[in-house]
Design a binder for this molecule. Structure first.
Ligand code: FES
Length: 274
């Protein structure tokens, strides 16, 4: 039955993502809901199960609103104490907070290290010859953002398939990421070509062929002889899925790659004819 939101004074967001479940979130959630009902607080409160809150290292996590209070390692005993603090005293359970509105730093001993910035290394490539090479991020959070960027800012970039066919991003009509696992690039106006990439995490329960097609490598290259930039995507089996060619003159796209796709990486300068 729908909740009367006008009556609700406090909302508990229980993380129900994979890590929190593994860490026993369900026991605390059940206890919390039963406690709210028995205290006669059901109509004055709202409880919502969420997907991953992005703090798996502190699982199981809860967020309490208003006030943006984040809790860590919530077990059934702590669940009761959190509810009583918020509902009886309108106060957070301060020692158990990882974060609250206005706090400058997260209070967790399990704070993960910041995302590393890829570093360019000099290497010899079979196709490009002498290159600088950096391994980028291959998750769909990066790749989907990249293709959306290229749709709006095609620059002088084009996509090539292993069979040699190429598609300029100027011809990209739209990026469709409504499928569970596959991202589809629609090129061309009249004769449409659809390039399909498996970019989302594919669970082991899905067919093997789909699991093997997941993009798991994203490499950025600078060809030293030409200053041309190339990005290669490969699947789980090491097979080339597609490559993106960025013209040496297309500085804007390359700057975007360094800043967003490579987390502010510094690219070596290439002097042509040196
Ligand atoms: S699964 Fe709960 S924070 Fe990630």
């Amino acid at each position: 039955m729908g909740k009367n939101l006008a009556q609700s004074k406090v909302t508990f967001y229980f993380c129900d993502g994979g890590s929190c479940r593994k860490a026993g979130s369900e026991a605390a959630i059940r206890k919390a809901r039963a406690h709210l009902r028995n205290k006669g607080l059901w109509d004055e409160s709202h409880t919502i199960k969420t997907k991953c809150n992005g703090r798996c290292e502190d699982a199981p996590t809860w967020i309490v609103q208003s006030g943006d209070y984040w809790y860590k390692e919530v077990d059934p005993g702590k669940a009761i104490r959190i509810i009583d603090a918020h509902c009886d005293h309108q106060q957070p359970l301060a020692p158990e907070l990882i974060f609250r509105e206005g706090q400058a730093k997260v209070n967790s001993e399990k704070e993960p290290p910041p995302v590393a910035t890829p570093v360019f290394q000099r290497a010899q490539d079979e196709e490009l010859g002498e290159v600088y090479k950096a391994r980028g991020f291959h998750s769909d959070q990066y790749l989907y953002a990249f293709f959306l960027y290229l749709q709006e800012n095609p620059g002088e970039t084009e996509l090539s398939l292993p069979n040699g066919t190429s598609f300029p991003f100027n011809d990209l009509r739209f990026v469709d990421y409504t499928d569970m696992y596959r991202l589809k690039l629609h090129f061309g106006k009249d004769e449409e070509a659809i390039i399909e990439l498996v970019t989302a995490l594919v669970p082991k329960t899905e067919p093997d062929e789909l699991i093997k097609r997941k993009v798991t490598v994203c490499e950025h290259f600078i060809q030293i002889a030409t200053d041309r930039k190339v990005i290669r995507l490969k699947d789980k089996m090491g097979r080339l899925v597609t490559s993106l060619q960025i013209a040496a003159t297309d500085e804007k796209t390359w700057e975007y790659c360094l800043e967003i796709q490579l987390n502010n990486a510094v690219a070596p300068k290439v002097t042509l004819g040196a």
